[in-house]
Design a protein around this ligand. Structure first.
Ligand code: GLN
Length: 197
């Protein structure tokens, strides 16, 4: 399976490092062009700044090719800013201008919804299908999932709050699995895809 990490802005090296132990070097690629994208079986959308990532995707001609692949059911694990870019709808929030989104993941989210006081925190996250200790959730200027439509389902919780949703092979989290040393979520996503193939 060929796996890519969108490498325009954000925590790209961290995703590549997390995947490095699971995916053979030749099958793991930073994605900067539509040609990079075409060769892939799955993509990781990193955390970072969603407005910047959206702008760079448009400028680099990646927006439309990715939109097309998403329509065809392209598997994606999207974290934080990545989740924002997939969301069906963004609720107006404190951060002013919102980016355009692909609108494929049936959730309504609000950017930076945990407020200035708590811009960053770590909290245990329960993940469906994951054994062992709770997952260390790293939340940085995280979006909040306000509403989950019928097409999507929760798979990760911080207490009672949903912090991860999936819709077939589209997975999105408000936290950053790439910023912890815990590789279980990257592995669970890839193992689930392999099983489905
Ligand atoms: N607040 C950022 C945004 O709106 C997301 C934060 C992150 O990815 N850590 O894009």
């Amino acid at each position: 399976m060929k796996v890519g990490v969108l490498a325009l802005q954000g925590d790209v090296p961290e995703h590549l490092r997390a995947l490095g132990s699971t995916v053979a070097g030749g099958n793991l690629k930073p994605v900067r062009t539509s040609a990079d994208l075409a060769a892939l079986d799955a993509l990781f959308l990193p955390g970072g700044e969603s407005t910047t990532i959206a702008r760079l995707m448009r400028e680099g001609g990646l927006w439309h090719p990715l939109a097309l692949r998403l329509e065809q059911g392209f598997p994606v694990l999207a974290t934080c800013a990545g989740l924002i870019l997939l969301a069906r709808e963004l609720a107006p929030g404190p951060s002013g201008r919102d980016p355009p989104t692909f609108g494929v993941l049936d959730v309504r989210v609000r950017r930076n919804d945990y407020g200035a006081q708590r811009e960053s925190f770590e909290a245990p996250v329960r993940i469906e299908g994951m054994r062992g200790a709770p997952f260390p959730g790293v939340f940085i200027r995280a979006p909040r999932i306000l509403e989950i439509g019928n097409a999507a389902e929760p798979f990760a919780w911080r207490g009672d709050e949903v912090v991860g949703v999936r819709q077939g092979s589209l997975w999105g989290t408000t936290f950053h699995p790439e910023l912890s040393d815990d590789l279980r979520l990257h592995r669970l996503f890839l193992a689930t895809l392999r099983r489905a193939r």
